[in-house]
Design a protein around this ligand. Structure first.
Ligand SMILES: [Zn+2]
Length: 317
């Protein structure tokens, strides 16, 4: 009779964590339940529908580069609020908040690394830092990386994830489009290969500059790649966009990108392409430094003076 009574014992769900988070998430694409562990073991892709979730810089390094081989360059260039910009908040406050949330000091991390033994110059954008927006520091770090690639003849790889130019920096952010593109033109002249990897989302001034200038342009599946977002276009032209427009599959069909590669195969594919375009045999792998897996080390040597050239007021040579 106890079963039918109103005071039957309530079911308690036990969680091991204080905030009550059980580790289960609902996939935003297929709405299936997935566990965080399952997700992280699967390169942050949904094991059910293969939706590619965003990666942080460290996670991207884990997926893409040989363990312990990444050395950061130009990491000491920091943003300055020279316009004293204020919208609903001060730009300075937004920067401080972004630093705290993302645990990074800007929306791009650049350096050198090895990909299956092959040394490359690598830039990775971080969407967590103010939507991966391109301010003057993002543009400067990338331009310095391109110039580094130019001097060392290392192939260049840039992984993008960005909402576009950083409006808080006004014209300073917009001029980064011309600056990065001009530097890439020099790289092109010297016939040094540049592979651009577009991840979800890549938009605005980033799509309109260095992201679209790769000798080979790779995209992750289902990534939104556009200049203006679908909502803005629909409001402007007063028409609905076709299903899947601005997704990587659509862009591949229309010749805007060269291939779509799943995250699981990205490192292998990248290494094959690098070998193919540089004509190199696979380099010897360095012995793994197991004590320091994917710590970002600062590279000290001769390049510091180059980074010091950076100031807001100075013009580039
Ligand atoms: Zn899913």
């Amino acid at each position: 009779m106890r079963l039918f009574s109103r005071d039957k014992p309530k079911i308690k769900v036990r969680t091991s964590k204080k905030d009550g988070f059980s580790g289960w998430l609902k996939c935003t694409e297929c709405h299936d339940l997935i566990h965080v562990n399952e997700l992280s073991q699967n390169f942050n892709c949904c094991p059910k529908c293969d939706h590619h979730y965003r990666l942080s810089v460290l996670e991207r390094l884990n997926v893409l580069v040989d363990e312990g081989s990444f050395e950061e360059l130009f990491g000491d260039i920091s943003p300055v609020d020279s316009l004293k910009f204020k919208d609903s908040k001060l730009y300075e406050e937004r920067l401080a908040e972004a630093k705290r949330k993302s645990e990074r000091n800007e929306a791009v991390c650049v350096g050198t690394c090895k990909i299956e033994g092959q040394r490359v110059a690598l830039g990775i954008m971080d969407f967590k830092f103010m939507g991966g927006s391109m301010g003057s520091v993002v543009g400067e770090r990338l331009t310095l990386l391109i110039e580094y690639s130019l001097h060392t003849r290392l192939p260049l790889v840039i992984v993008t994830a960005s909402g576009g130019a950083r409006m808080q920096e006004s014209i300073f952010s917009l001029m980064q489009m011309a600056k990065t593109s001009a530097a890439l033109a020099k790289l092109h002249e010297k016939k040094i290969p540049y592979i651009s990897i577009l991840t979800n989302p890549t938009s605005g001034g980033v799509t309109a500059s260095f992201a679209s200038l790769g000798d080979i342009i790779i995209a992750e599946p289902g990534a939104l790649i556009c200049f203006a977002g679908p909502r803005v276009i629909e409001q402007t032209i007063g028409e609905k966009l076709p299903e899947g427009a601005q997704k990587s599959e659509f862009l591949l069909q229309h010749g805007m990108i060269d291939c779509i590669v799943r995250r699981h195969e990205l490192k292998k594919k990248l290494s094959q392409l690098l070998q193919y375009i540089t004509g190199n045999e696979r380099g010897h792998k360095e012995e793994k430094d197991s004590s320091a897996p994917h710590q970002i080390r600062q590279r000290e040597p001769s390049l510091r003076p180059m980074a010091m050239r950076y100031t807001f007021s100075s013009t580039r040579e």
